[in-house]
Write a protein that binds this ligand. Sequence first.
Ligand code: AMP
Ligand code: GLY
Length: 416
Amino acid sequence: MKILVVGKGGREHALVRALAESPAQPEMHCFPGSDAIFSLAHPVPVKTLHELVAWMKQNAIDLCVAGEESYLVKDEGLANLCEQAGIPCWGPHKQSAQLEASKEFSKAFLLRHGIPTAMATIVETRDEAMAAIAGTYPTVLKFDGLAAGKGVAVCPDESSAESFLQEVLVQQRFGPGRLLVEDCLTGPEVSIFAAIVDDDYMIFTPARDYKRALDGDAGPNTGGMGAVASRQLIDATLLETIKRTIVEPTVRGLREENLPYRGFLYFGLMLTPDGPKVIEYNCRFGDPECQAVMPLVKGDLAQFCLDGARGALRPELIDFSEGWSVAVILASAGYPEISRNGDEILGLEEVNSARVYHAGTKLHQDGTWVTHGGRVLAVVAQANTLEEAADMAHREAAKVQFPGSQRRSDIGILHF
Ligand code: AMP
Ligand code: GLY
């Protein structure tokens, strides 16, 4: 079996490894990949999405796995182009990936299908935004398009709302686009991942990520500073409610609206006093949740994704370990405002009780690894209890050092 994974981050490193460890020992390829991924998967020498799909066809790739979202909505869409070329793709069509790419589209979809979510108003100008906020704080402002995780602001007061509006609507930091003014929900967050194949779905191990830069959930939002994953994160009754009120109406809605979906769908939920509500959809696995979940997956993930991409959901092919998995991120100096590249990373070979996934690193000719991006590495450990898994992940992470390295010390403590 020949598999190609699209993406280059820590999530894709974890996916490539989990797929490579499948029983059939598939031959792995990647685009664009990273130096760390290249040790498991061959890089593909192309530049554009069209060239990539042509290359897959010529090289008889059996399965394309979309790690990262951007290619799903680029050009005609990765999955659409794969379909035209007759290559099974684990990842949704371009029109379905609007669930992530457009907040306006996903909000309208949620409301149309009666799926619990925060109420929102769409605005185009600063004045319309201020009128929609109507002096009620905190308020949530969301840019409509893809903004690399930086397009959402939870504003405690008018001055923070004013500065976000200035940046997004006046200076157009993410380009032209509209904005959602959304009610602010409260409660713990949880990330639910479903493998969706047309009318069918299967839920993977739930996870929680730590979005803020600093301990105690302080500081600016980041791509995610760590994650925990376990079946025990939510109880069976809550999981049933989430399936019945959120996952199943979503799967039905996709079918009713002829939005083809074969791939992972990520439900970002808030467990509010009124029940679970959808904060966002992402048309891919979470990062860094993927790094925490993949080590729990047992069985044949490669065959599961291949059969899913061909239209058959086969839950019997995989299973999930009990217990807990904790992923601790090591970020570079200055993250998230800036990221510093080129710092030498020491101690990687001393990590012996955890997995290390590379998010932003480069391999020098002399064999040393250096930082190359905001989030640099994820150190991931599993154990029967959350405390043991967290202790082990932190202990192993502490062996890895580079100048300016940042790590939250409370990853693994559940603030709810
Ligand atoms: P998103 O990029 O949509 O995941 O939003 C980033 C973060 O903003 C979420 O993880 C939440 O912590 C927060 N957030 C988004 N929408 C809301 C909301 N309606 N109420 C409260 N917090 C929110
Ligand atoms: N961990 C959040 C995300 O992947 O969007």
